[in-house]
Design a protein around this ligand. Structure first.
Ligand code: SF4
Length: 335
């Protein structure tokens, strides 16, 4: 059976953007792929300036959110990247195989490096660590959003190069498994959903907070009056309905919108109900984890132990193939 690996940045508590873009899919995948590995990639979060206290809080917030959202430690392996040092060890090995030009061509590097005066080498090496994250577990399937396809291509190249250089078919070439929900824009309809832009809804927000954010959210800009027919295909609220409301409800929204059968507020009220229905159990589980925080630590410790076992096996074999296995007394004179 294929092995799944996917990572998420420790950005604190989940919001609907990263929930729909990744985690909701992970919760489904753990049912069909026993032992899927889900990693909070905290080493990836230190390539820019950051406050250690904030990072600490965000790692916790993300781990708790993932469990609350439905990641089940009995089915999947949930762990913190920095608890498994082999990630950085394999990453170093891969830097020796990766052409500098390939890294400089990465779109995310080009975008991010424009925003800083002095570019940390870590920003450039980020995709190498990402390749190590995946290949350390010899994962062949990686659930990703479209923006990560280029990095995954680099991981495939790296696997090919290492296999060719050391004469082994050891690393699989990991394939992307595109997340079913296409990227949903922020509630402002302008940019990607992000907590810092304040254009999203936190997974733990109350029913009132959800409505307070949905109420002013951007809809089809051409629908000025209630009597104007709308275009659901250009409306972000419709995309959210597709993610949170059932198939029949979505068809109803489509019809009501196109015929001006209802106004946008009616439409948003139905969406708020769907969201509350899906998010309430998540909020309840988060409250239970707040009451028993040791459960989060236990889940991470168990996950790290499993991940470390797999990682050590990989590194022992990789070192062996590369001539880096334990030193022995040579049988022939040293060269
Ligand atoms: Fe969007 Fe709904 Fe308004 Fe149509 S009715 S424009 S789908 S909010």
């Amino acid at each position: 059976m294929s092995r799944i690996f996917s990572g998420i940045q420790p950005s604190g508590e989940l919001h609907i953007g990263n929930y729909l873009g990744a985690v909701k899919n992970w919760v489904q995948l753990q049912e069909t792929h026993a032992g899927a590995l889900f990693c909070v990639v905290d080493y990836h979060a230190i390539t820019g300036a950051y406050d250690p206290a904030v990072l600490r809080a965000r790692r916790w917030g993300m781990a708790k959110s993932l469990l609350a959202a439905g990641i089940d430690p009995a089915k999947a392996v949930l762990f913190m990247q920095s608890d498994v040092p082999e990630h950085t060890e394999l990453s170093w090995i891969f830097t020796t195989l990766t052409p500098l030009g390939d890294l400089e061509r990465q779109t995310q590097f080009k975008d991010k490096s424009l925003k800083v005066e002095s570019i940390p080498a870590g920003l450039l090496m980020y995709p190498v660590l990402q390749s190590a994250d995946i290949l350390l577990y010899r994962a062949d399937t990686v659930p990703v959003g479209e923006d990560q396809i280029q990095h995954l291509e680099l991981a495939r190249d790296t696997a090919r190069k290492w296999n060719a250089k050391f004469g082994q078919e050891y690393f699989p070439e990991p394939k992307p498994l595109l997340t079913p929900t296409r990227r949903i824009m922020g509630l402002d309809g302008q940019s990607k959903m992000s907590k810092s832009l304040g254009n999203t809804i936190g997974l733990m927000e109350s029913d009132d907070e959800i409505w307070a954010k949905l109420r002013p959210a951007m809809t089809d800009p051409q629908r000025v009056r209630k009597t104007d027919a709308g275009r659901p295909e250009v409306c972000n609220i419709f995309q959210l309905h597709k993610a949170f409301s059932g198939v029949e409800a979505v068809a109803h929204v489509d019809g009501q919108c196109r015929t001006a059968g209802w106004g946008c507020m009616d439409c948003k009220k139905v969406l708020a109900e769907s969201m509350v229905q899906e998010l309430t159990p998540i909020r309840r589980r988060a409250e239970a984890l707040d009451a028993e925080p040791q459960r989060v630590l236990d889940a991470l410790a168990d996950g790290a132990a499993t991940a470390r076992g797999l990682a050590r096996d990989t590194m022992r074999e990789v070192r062996g193939y590369m001539g880096l296995d334990p030193v022995v007394i040579p049988s022939a004179p040293a060269v």
